[in-house]
Design a binder for this molecule. Structure first.
Ligand code: HAM
Length: 424
C-alpha cells in the first residue's frame, strides 16, 4: 500500500479549519501593515538557489530534471523566488514595495517534531527602504503576526552581520577561518568557539572577551568593544534607533541584542533577527529574517531589501504548547427531511439559507430523525430543521436548538429573520 512520503503530512478537515483560521489572521496583519500578497511557482530553476549558496545547497533540496532536461527544484524558501519575480516584473513599481506570501516549502531535512520536508512559511520582503524605521516596522510586523495569532511566550533577538564582519577584521580572522567559526557562533557552541579562537592564536583574554561579546545583550558593552572601529558606529546607531522604535512606538518590551545570530542562509548582510518560542525545544525558531543582497545577483538594479519568514507549522505547535483552544468547524443548520416526500423542499430550503451565507447540510442517507440528530451533533450544528409533510402543508419548519434541545415551529417566511436574531 502506498504511504505518506517521509517528512510530509495529511491534514484533516479539523486541522485545515485551524490552519485556515490562523492563515486568515496572518493575512489580515500583513494587509494591515500595507503589504500586498504575491504567489510564485512551487518549483523554480535550480540555479535560482545555487547562484548564491553554491552547489552544496543541493544536498538540502528536492531537485529534479524534467522531461525536457531542465534542472529544477521544489522551492526551499520564498525569498529568492520573490526577488526573481521582482527583477522580472516589478522593478518599476513605486518604492517601498511591500510583498507578502504564504506557501509551502520543501527541504531535504531530517524530519522530527517541528522539522518537516514539506512545511509552510508566511513571510514578506520589503524592497527599497533601509531606514531604521523600515527595519523597525518590519520586525514589529513579525512580532505582531505572532501576537495576533494568540502566541504569548516568544522572544525577539536582533543581530548584525556587519558587526560580526568588523569583529573578524579586528581580530584578523581569514575568510577560511571565518567559515569554521560561523557555524559555532550560529549554534551558540561557545566552549568550542573559545577553543577555536585560541587555536587561531588569540590570547585567552581576547578570546573570552569575544565570546562574552557574542552573548551579551548590553549595548554599551558592545559599543565599548567597537570603540576603535569607526566603520560600525553608523550601524550601531541604527541598531539603537531600531530598538528605541520597537520599544517605544511599537510597544515591544522584550527586544534583545544577540550578536551570535548569524543566520544559516548565505544572502544576509547587516541587520538580522530571529524570534523563538523557548518551549519548542530543539526546533524553537519561529521566525528568521534580516537585510540581504540578491537583486544584483539576479540582474536587477541594486536596491535595499529585507524580509522575514515565519514557520507556520511551528507557530501552530507553539500555540498548542500554550493550550490554546482553537475554533472547530461547525454548521449553522442541519436539515432533516422527515420522509421522501420532503426531500425536494429540504434542498430548496438549504439553497435559500446558503444564499444568505448560512452553512447548511442536508441528510443524504434517509436514516431517520434520531440518527440524523446525532449526526448533526457530531457536526457541531447550531440548529436542526426537521421538515415533515405536516410542516410543509402549513408552510412552517420545526426548528431545533441543538444546545438546549428546544423545538419550535416557525413560519418559513419568518425563518431568516429568526435565525439572524439568534446569530447575534
Ligand atoms: P529560514 O530561517 O530558513 O529563513 O526559515 C524561516 C522559518 O521557517 C524558520 O524560522 C522555521 O520556523 C521555518 N522552517 C525552516 N525549515 C523548516 C522545516 N524543515 N520544517 C518546519 N519549519 C521550518 C528563510 O527561509 C528566509 N527566506 C527568511 C527571509 C525572508 N529572509 C529574508 N526574507
Amino acid at each position: 500500500m502506498s504511504q505518506l512520503p517521509r517528512g510530509t503530512r495529511d491534514f484533516t478537515p479539523e486541522e485545515m479549519y485551524i490552519r485556515r483560521y490562523i492563515e486568515e489572521s496572518i493575512r489580515k496583519t500583513f494587509l494591515s501593515f500595507g503589504y500586498g500578497e504575491v504567489q510564485t511557482p512551487t518549483f523554480e530553476h535550480l540555479e535560482l538557489f545555487t547562484a548564491k549558496s553554491g552547489q552544496s545547497i543541493i544536498n538540502e533540496l528536492y531537485n529534479f530534471t524534467d522531461k525536457s532536461g531542465r534542472e529544477l527544484t521544489l522551492r526551499p524558501e520564498l525569498t529568492a523566488p520573490v526577488i526573481r519575480f521582482y527583477v522580472e516584473r516589478l522593478q518599476m513599481e513605486p518604492k517601498p514595495l511591500k510583498l507578502f506570501y504564504l506557501g509551502n516549502c520543501f527541504r531535504y531535512d531530517r524530519p522530527q517534531k517541528g522539522r518537516y520536508r514539506e512545511f509552510w512559511q508566511a513571510g514578506c520582503e520589503l524592497i527599497g527602504a533601509d531606514t531604521p524605521e523600515a527595519y523597525a516596522e518590519l520586525i514589529a510586523l513579525a512580532y505582531t503576526i505572532l501576537h495576533n495569532i494568540g502566541l504569548k511566550d516568544f522572544h525577539l533577538n536582533l543581530g548584525n552581520l556587519s558587526l560580526i564582519q568588523a569583529l573578524f577584521k579586528k581580530l584578523s580572522v581569514s575568510v577560511n577561518d571565518q567559515k569554521n567559526l560561523l557555524p559555532l557562533i550560529d549554534k551558540s557552541q561557545f566552549d568550542e568557539l573559545l577553543d577555536a579562537l585560541k587555536c587561531l592564536g588569540l590570547s585567552s583574554q581576547i578570546a573570552e572577551e569575544v565570546v562574552a561579546l557574542l552573548q551579551t545583550s548590553d549595548i554599551p558593552q558592545i559599543q565599548n568593544f567597537f570603540n576603535d572601529t569607526p566603520e560600525v558606529h553608523k550601524e550601531l546607531l541604527k541598531l539603537r534607533q531600531i530598538i528605541t522604535l520597537l520599544q517605544q512606538s511599537f510597544q515591544i518590551p522584550d527586544v534583545s541584542v544577540k550578536l551570535s545570530i548569524v543566520r544559516g542562509l548565505d544572502y544576509y548582510k547587516g541587520l538580522v533577527f530571529e524570534i523563538e518560542a523557548p518551549k519548542l525545544g530543539a526546533e524553537k525558531q519561529l521566525c528568521g529574517g534580516g537585510s540581504y543582497d540578491l537583486v544584483g545577483l539576479f540582474g536587477g538594479k541594486d536596491v535595499p531589501t529585507a524580509g522575514f519568514a515565519i514557520g507556520f507549522d511551528r507557530s501552530i505547535l507553539a500555540l498548542e504548547t500554550q493550550n490554546v483552544i482553537f475554533p472547530k468547524p461547525a454548521l449553522d443548520i442541519y436539515i432533516i427531511p422527515y420522509d421522501e416526500t420532503c426531500i425536494e423542499k429540504s434542498f430548496e430550503l438549504a439553497q435559500l439559507l446558503r444564499k444568505d451565507d448560512y452553512q447548511v447540510d442536508v441528510d443524504l442517507l434517509r436514516r431517520g430523525i434520531g440518527k440524523s440528530l446525532k449526526f448533526a451533533s457530531t457536526k457541531n450544528a447550531r440548529h436542526a430543521i426537521i421538515l415533515g409533510p405536516d410542516e410543509l402543508n402549513r408552510n412552517v419548519v420545526m426548528l431545533r436548538d441543538m444546545r438546549s434541545g428546544e423545538q419550535q415551529s416557525i413560519p418559513v417566511a419568518e425563518l431568516l429573520t429568526y435565525l439572524k436574531k439568534s446569530r447575534t
